[in-house]
Design a binder for this molecule. Structure first.
Ligand SMILES: [Ca+2]
Ligand SMILES: [Ca+2]
Ligand SMILES: [Ca+2]
Length: 480
C-alpha cells in the first residue's frame, strides 16, 4: 500500500505486465531516488541516460502472517513510513478456484485464494543409475558417512585403512566430493556423526591393535572450520559407532570386535555428561565379534541391535535386539544370524523392518560359504517380536542401505565376495508390497563395503566404498 503525503498525488502507480504486477515510483519520488546512469556505467556510451531498476520479490509458499510489510521506505529523520508494500492474505483473489497444470512438476494445482495446492502430482520415480564420480581415496575405504554442517554444506567422512595420511573428510563442492581435511586414524573402520547442543561431532572407530587402543571423538571448530580432537575412548578392534538420544540424553555405543584373539568381550555404551562435556561409560553389553550397532525407536520404545559376527568357533550365532527399560538396555530378542555384519532399520507404511546382512558361514569341514541368505524381519506388534519377512540371497553381504525416491522404497545390498572374486554386482531392490523386495538394478562393484544414499541440489545419489581398492564411486539416480 502506498501512502501519499497529505495533499499530494500517490507516489506510486500500479502497473501490470502479463502475469506480473508491480509498483512504479511516480512524481517527486522518482527525482528524489534517481541518479545519472553514467555513475555506474562509466565506460558505456550506448547505455540510455534514463533507465529503471526493477526489484522483484518472490515469495515462496510460506504460511503467511496476516499482515506483513515486505518493502518499506521510511523518512530518514523521523522513521515515518513513506512507502510500504504490505502483504495481507485475502481470500478473494481472481485466481481462487482456478486450476493450473504445471508441465515441469507434472502436477495439477488448485488456487485456494492463498497458494497453489497440489491436486495431482506425479512423484519422482527411479529410471536408471548413472556413473557420476570416481573418488580415489588415499587407501581402501571401509565406511563412508555423509552428513551436513549447517551454514557449511554437505560432507563425507571416509574411513581409510592406512594411518598416513589417515582418513579423508570430503566436502561437496561444485557438484562433487573434494578432499577437505585429513585426519590421522589407525585402520579406521567407521565414522559416525552426531550433534549435541548444535555442536557437530565425528567419532572414528580405530581398529588397529596398539597400546593403548583408542578411538577418537572430533568436534567441528566453527572458527577454524576444521574438525579438532575432543576426547579419546579406549576401544578394542572397534569397527562401528552408533549415536542416539533418549529423553534428551546423548549416547554413543561402540562395537568392540575382539581383544587379541577373544571375540567374546564387552561393547560399551557411553553417556554424555553435559557438565564435563565428555562421554562416560554408562553400560556394557557382552557381544561376540560385534560388527555393527543400530538404534531405532518404535513409538515410545527405544531399541539397540547388535550384529554379532563370530564367537571364536562359528559364525552361526545369534545377534541381539535390546530394549531400553528402567534406564538401561535389556535383552528383547535374539535373532539367529550367520556372520552378521550390518543391521538396517526402516519403516514402510507404518510397518517396522530390520534387515540383517549375513556375510559368511564358517564350516568345520571345507571352505566357508559366502552365497547365503540375508533376511528382512518385520516387527509384529501383536506378538512383540521380529518375524522373518523375506530371505534374499547375497554374496558375503556387508551392508544394507534403505532409501526412498518419491513414493518408492529401495534397499541396496553391498555384495563383497563370492568365495573367489571381489568383482560382483551389488543389487538394488524395490519394495513391491506383497511381493516384498524385488531386484531392479545390478550395479557392478569391486570389494563393495558400504553404501550411502544422499541428496543434494543436483539430485539424488548413491556412493559406495571399496575395502579392496582405493576407488570409491558416486552414482547419480536418474528419475523421471
Ligand atoms: Ca556408512
Ligand atoms: Ca551402524
Ligand atoms: Ca547399513
Amino acid at each position: 500500500r502506498a501512502l501519499p503525503s497529505p495533499g499530494q498525488a500517490p507516489p506510486t502507480q500500479m502497473v501490470q505486465s502479463k502475469g506480473s504486477r508491480g509498483l512504479r515510483l511516480a512524481g517527486a519520488m522518482v527525482t528524489a531516488l534517481s541518479f545519472p546512469s553514467s555513475q555506474i556505467f562509466t565506460n558505456c556510451d550506448y547505455f540510455p541516460a534514463e533507465f529503471s531498476l526493477v526489484a522483484t520479490i518472490k515469495t515462496p509458499r510460506l504460511t503467511q502472517k496476516r499482515n506483513e510489510y515486505i518493502f518499506s521506505v521510511v523518512e530518514e529523520s523521523s522513521d515515518s513510513l513513506l512507502l510500504g508494500l504490505r502483504l495481507s492474505p485475502v481470500q478473494t483473489g481472481p485466481e481462487q478456484g482456478q486450476l493450473w497444470f504445471n508441465a515441469q512438476r507434472k502436477g495439477l494445482f488448485i488456487c485456494d485464494g492463498l497458494s497453489w495446492s497440489a491436486l495431482l502430482q506425479n512423484e519422482e520415480r527411479l529410471d536408471y543409475v548413472e556413473d557420476y564420480q570416481d573418488l580415489y581415496t588415499s587407501s581402501e575405504t571401509f565406511d563412508v558417512e555423509v552428513f551436513s554442517i549447517p551454514s557449511e554444506g554437505l560432507f563425507m567422512a571416509a574411513a581409510n585403512r592406512d594411518s598416513r595420511p589417515g582418513s579423508g573428510i570430503y566436502k561437496w563442492t561444485d557438484g562433487s566430493f573434494q578432499l577437505y581435511q585429513n585426519i590421522s586414524t589407525q585402520e579406521a573402520r567407521a565414522w559416525k556423526h552426531f550433534t549435541i547442543d548444535n555442536k557437530i561431532f565425528l567419532v572414528v572407530a580405530n581398529s588397529r591393535e596398539s597400546e593403548p587402543e583408542l578411538s577418537i571423538i572430533y568436534k567441528w571448530n566453527q572458527r577454524r572450520r576444521r574438525f579438532l580432537r575432543h576426547q579419546n575412548l579406549e576401544t578394542h578392534s572397534a569397527v562401528d559407532w552408533e549415536a542416539f538420544q533418549i529423553h534428551n540424553h546423548s549416547f554413543l555405543v561402540v562395537a568392540n570386535h575382539r581383544r587379541d584373539s577373544n571375540h567374546n568381550i564387552h561393547s560399551v555404551i557411553y553417556r554424555w555428561d553435559p557438565n564435563t562435556k565428555l562421554f562416560e561409560v554408562n553400560q556394557t553389553l557382552s557381544t561376540s565379534g560385534a560388527y555393527d550397532w543400530e538404534f531405532f525407536s518404535v513409538g515410545p520404545y527405544h531399541f539397540l541391535v547388535v550384529a554379532n559376527t563370530f564367537d571364536g568357533r562359528t559364525t552361526t550365532i545369534s545377534s541381539t535386539v535390546y530394549v531400553w527399560l528402567d534406564g538401561c538396555f535389556q535383552t528383547f530378542q535374539s535373532i539367529p544370524t550367520v556372520g552378521a555384519t550390518d543391521w538396517e532399520t526402516f519403516q514402510i507404511d507404518g510397518r517396522f523392518f530390520l534387515a540383517v546382512a549375513n556375510s559368511q558361514k564358517v564350516s568345520d569341514r571345507g571352505p566357508s560359504l559366502y552365497t547365503i541368505n540375508s533376511t528382512v524381519y518385520e516387527l509384529n506388534t501383536f506378538t512383540q517380536t521380529f518375524i522373518r519377512f523375506q530371505d534374499i540371497l547375497t554374496h558375503s553381504a556387508v551392508d544394507w542401505e534403505f532409501f526412498t525416491i518419491g513414493e518408492e522404497k529401495f534397499l541396496v545390498v553391498a555384495n563383497s565376495h563370492d568365495g573367489s572374486s571381489y568383482s560382483l554386482n551389488s543389487v538394488v531392490y524395490r519394495w513391491q508390497g506383497y511381493e516384498g523386495f524385488v531386484p531392479v538394478h545390478s550395479l557392478p562393484t569391486f570389494g563393495c563395503r558400504d553404501w550411502e544414499h544422499f541428496n543434494t541440489e543436483e539430485g539424488s545419489f548413491l556412493i559406495y566404498s571399496s575395502a579392496t581398492s582405493r576407488l570409491s564411486k558416486v552414482f547419480k539416480l536418474r528419475t523421471y
